[in-house]
Design a protein around this ligand. Structure first.
Ligand code: 6R9
Length: 661
C-alpha cells in the first residue's frame, strides 16, 4: 500500500477527565451509543433543546445530495431562541454579556437588556427597508452592538455577512458586492493596541464602490471624527430611539441565516452559506456538550473575533441559545500589558476559556511567570480551536493555565461545518495532548487514502466526513458548482465512484494506534521528502517540544536531491539567547532534536530563528508565504497577512541566514 501521509510522532501521555466533572457532566459516554444506534433520532432529540414555532415533518432530506435539508417543514426564530425565551422563563436579570473594552471601560448586559436592544435594532432595520431574505453587511469592532446587529438580522430573517473589522476596502466591497447587500452596520472605530482604530473611512470607500448599499448604520464607539454622507445614520439616533417592542416571526428551518466568506489559499473568497434550524441545533448542542456548560454557574469566554466562524457559533449563537453568561473583550491580549487575559479571567471568574493555539504559543513565548501571578482557580474547562495544537503547547496550557486540573478540549471544525465536529467530551474522554480525539456523537469522520478507503489505526491520509450533519454549509453563495467541486468531487459519488457522498475537508489527519484522530494541517501544505509525505504539523510539534522553542512553521522547499527539503522558521521562547554562537548552536541542536524525535527523514535542511511568523488575521500561520521565502521567490498575495512588516524581517534574515549540510 502506498503511504498517504507518514505517521512519525507518537504520544503516550493521557489525561482522564476529573472525577467530579465526569460525575456531573452534561453529556456522558452513552451519547455515542445513542447516536450510533439512530443518528437522525439523536439529532431530533438535540433539536428539541430549541423552541420551535412549528415542529418539523422530516429530520433530514438527503434526496438531492450534497444539498441537504434539515428539519424539513419546521419553523423557528433564532433571536427568540437566543434571547426572548430566557427572559420569558424568568431569567431576564441574568447577565448575558460582561463586556470589557480595551481601555478598561465595561458594560454589563442582561438578557432583558439584550432583548430590548435586539428588538430596537430589528425595528430600525425594518424601518430602513430591510426585509426577510435581504443581505446586511456587518463590519464592527468587538462591541456588544456587533452581536446585537447579528441577532437583529436573524430576528427579521435578513441574512448577515460579517466582514472582519481588520479587512481592507477591497475585501469589504467585494463581499458587499458578492452578497448584493443593502445595508452596512459599522462603527466609527474600535480600540486596538491602546488607541482608537478607525473603521468608518474603510466603509465610506467601500460604499462608494457599492451601489447596492442604501444605508449605513454607525455605532459611536471611539468618538473620533467621521465623514458623513446622506446614507449614514447614527445608531444612537435610530436604534436607541426605536420601540423596544418587537414580535419575532418564525422562519423556515432552511431560511438563510448568514454568509461568511473564507479565503482559503487561492481564488476569490467563498461565501459559505448557513441556514437556520440545523445550524442552531448543532451549535447549541455542541456548546453545551463540549464545554459542559452549566448556564447557572459558568462564566464562559471565547477570545475569537466576531468576524470569524468561531465568533458566530461560540460567541453569539451557541452560548446565547444556551442562556450562558459570557465575557466579551474588545482588544488585544497585550494591552495595556501581556497579562490582560489573566486579569480578565481573574476579574470575571471565568470558568470556561476557549482560545486558539496561536495565542497559547504567544503566551508560552512571553513566559510562564505572567499567568503565574494570577488566581486562575475559577477555570474548569479549557478549549482550543483554529489550528493543530502542538502537544507541548497543549501541555503548557494544561500546566500553566489549567494548573493540571482542567480538561482541555481540542475542537476541530471549519467555517463550512458550522459547529464543532471532532473533540473530546470533557466528562468522558481521556485526552491525549495534541489530539482532537474522536468525532462527536452524531458525527461521522474518517481518515481515508487516495482511493477513499478508510486507513487502519496507525495510518495517515485525508480527513473526510461521511454523513451529512445539521450545521453543514448548504452551498457557496451563488456558486453551487464551486460547492460541488471544492468539497464533494474528490471522493465518493461526487467523484463518480459509488453512491456515498463524501465531504473532503482539505485537512490531513492520522489515526493513532488507539484510533484517536490527529489533525495534521492542510493537505496543500504536505511536504514530499524523498518520496515520503510528511505533514508540517508533526515537524512543527517536534520543534515546539524542544524547551527553547515557542512556535514553529515548516515548509517544503524545492531541493535538487530530495525533491522537497524541510525548511523551518522558529520563534524561540522569551528567555532564550540566540545571539551569535548561541544561535548557531541552537540551530544544530534543533535539527538533531527533530531527527531524534521523528526520524532522520524529518530533519530540517535549514532552520531560521525569527521573531515572528506570518499569520492570517484569524491567527493561522501562512506557510505559503514562507515557502516563497524558502524558495527565494518574490512574495505572492500578502493581503490577508496580519502584519506585513513580518515578511520583510523574515526575508532579510533568510538572505543572511546560514544553512547546513
Ligand atoms: C473553526 C475554524 C478551518 C481550518 C480547518 C483546519 C484548521 C481548525 C482545528 C484545526 C487542527 C483543530 N483547524 N480547528 N486544525 N485542529 N482543532 O478555525 O474555522 O477558520 O474555517 O478554519 O482550521 O485546517 O480546516 P476556519
Amino acid at each position: 500500500m502506498s503511504e498517504t501521509l507518514a505517521n512519525l510522532s507518537s504520544e503516550s501521555r493521557q489525561f482522564p477527565p476529573p472525577e467530579e466533572l465526569a460525575a456531573a457532566a452534561n453529556v456522558k459516554a452513552g451519547a455515542y451509543e445513542e447516536a450510533a444506534a439512530d443518528r437522525l433520532a439523536f439529532w431530533a432529540t438535540q433539536a428539541d433543546r430549541l423552541t420551535w414555532a412549528k415542529k418539523w415533518d422530516q429530520v433530514l432530506d438527503w434526496s438531492n445530495p450534497p444539498f441537504a435539508k434539515w428539519f424539513v417543514g419546521g419553523e423557528l426564530n433564532i433571536a427568540y431562541n437566543c434571547v426572548d425565551r430566557h427572559v420569558e422563563a424568568g431569567r431576564g436579570d441574568k447577565v448575558a454579556i460582561h463586556w470589557e473594552g480595551e481601555p478598561g471601560d465595561t458594560r454589563t448586559i442582561t438578557y432583558a437588556e439584550l432583548l430590548k436592544l435586539v428588538s430596537q435594532a430589528a425595528n430600525t432595520l425594518t424601518e430602513l427597508g430591510i426585509a426577510a431574505g435581504d443581505r446586511v453587511a456587518i463590519y464592527m469592532p468587538m462591541i456588544p452592538e456587533a452581536a446585537v446587529a447579528m441577532l437583529a438580522c436573524a430576528r427579521i430573517g435578513a441574512t448577515h455577512s460579517v466582514v472582519f473589522g481588520g479587512f481592507s476596502v477591497d475585501a469589504l466591497s467585494t463581499r458587499i458586492k458578492d452578497a448584493d447587500a443593502k445595508l452596512v452596520i459599522t462603527a466609527d472605530g474600535g480600540y486596538r493596541r491602546g488607541k482608537p482604530s478607525a473603521l468608518k473611512p474603510t466603509v465610506d470607500e467601500a460604499v462608494a464602490k457599492s451601489p447596492s448599499i442604501e444605508n449605513v448604520l454607525v455605532v459611536r464607539r471611539t468618538g473620533q471624527d467621521v465623514e458623513w454622507t446622506d446614507k449614514d445614520k447614527w445608531w444612537h439616533e435610530t436604534v436607541e430611539q426605536a420601540s423596544p417592542e418587537h414580535q419575532a416571526q418564525p422562519f423556515d428551518a432552511e431560511h438563510p441565516l448568514f454568509i461568511l466568506y473564507t479565503s482559503g489559499t487561492t481564488g476569490k473568497p467563498k461565501g459559505i452559506l448557513h441556514t437556520t434550524g440545523g445550524y442552531l441545533t448543532q451549535v447549541s448542542y455542541t456548546h453545551n456538550a463540549v464545554f459542559d456548560l452549566k448556564p447557572e454557574t459558568d462564566v464562559y469566554w471565547c477570545t475569537a473575533d466576531i468576524g470569524w466562524v468561531t465568533g458566530h457559533s461560540y460567541i453569539v449563537y451557541g452560548p446565547l441559545s444556551n442562556g450562558a453568561t459570557q465575557v466579551m473583550y474588545e482588544g488585544t491580549p497585550d494591552t495595556p500589558g501581556r497579562d490582560r487575559f489573566w486579569q480578565i479571567v481573574d476579574k470575571y471568574k471565568v470558568s470556561i476559556l476557549y482560545t486558539a493555539p496561536t495565542l497559547i504559543r504567544t503566551m508560552m513565548k512571553w513566559g510562564d511567570d505572567i499567568p503565574a501571578g494570577y488566581d486562575l482557580s475559577s477555570l474548569r474547562v479549557l478549549g482550543s480551536v483554529g489550528e493543530p495544537i502542538n502537544p507541548e503547547a497543549w501541555m503548557w496550557y494544561r500546566e500553566n493555565i489549567g494548573r493540571n486540573r482542567t480538561p482541555i478540549v481540542d475542537t476541530w471544525w471549519q467555517t463550512e461545518t458550522g459547529g464543532v465536529m471532532i473533540s473530546p467530551l470533557p466528562g468522558v474522554t481521556a485526552t491525549k495532548p495534541g489530539s482532537a480525539m474522536t468525532p462527536l456523537p452524531g458525527i461521522t469522520a474518517d481518515v481515508v487514502d487516495d482511493q477513499a478507503e478508510s486507513v487502519p489505526n496507525g495510518g495517515g491520509g485525508f480527513l473526510v466526513l461521511r454523513d451529512p450533519w445539521p450545521s453543514m454549509l448548504r452551498t457557496i453563495w451563488g456558486d453551487d458548482k464551486r460547492f460541488l467541486d471544492t468539497y464533494w468531487s474528490r471522493f465518493g459519488a461526487g467523484a463518480g465512484s459509488g453512491d456515498e457522498w463524501i465531504y473532503f475537508a482539505g485537512d490531513g489527519a492520522k489515526k493513532d494506534e488507539d484510533g484517536a484522530l490527529w489533525l495534521l494541517g492542510r493537505v496543500d501544505d504536505v511536504m514530499l521528502v524523498s518520496g515520503h509525505n510528511i505533514s508540517t504539523t508533526e515537524v512543527e510539534s517536534a520543534l515546539v517540544s524542544h524547551p527553547s522553542v515557542a512556535e514553529a512553521a515548516v515548509v517544503g522547499a524545492t531541493d535538487p536531491t530530495t525533491g522537497q527539503a524541510i525548511v523551518a522558521f522558529v520563534i524561540p521562547r522569551g528567555s532564550v539567547d540566540t545571539e551569535g554562537d548561541a544561535g548557531d548552536q541552537l540551530n544544530v541542536e534543533l535539527r538533531n532534536h527533530v531527527s531524534k524525535t521523528l526520524g532522520p527523514i524529518a530533519k530540517p535542511r535549514q532552520i531560521m530563528l525569527v521573531p515572528e511568523l506570518p499569520k492570517t488575521r484569524s491567527g493561522k500561520i501562512m506557510r505559503r508565504l514562507l515557502k516563497d521565502v524558502a524558495e527565494n521567490r518574490s512574495l505572492g498575495d500578502v493581503t490577508t497577512l496580519q502584519d506585513s512588516a513580518v515578511m520583510e524581517l523574515i526575508s532579510k534574515g533568510m538572505q543572511t541566514g546560514k544553512s547546513e549540510d
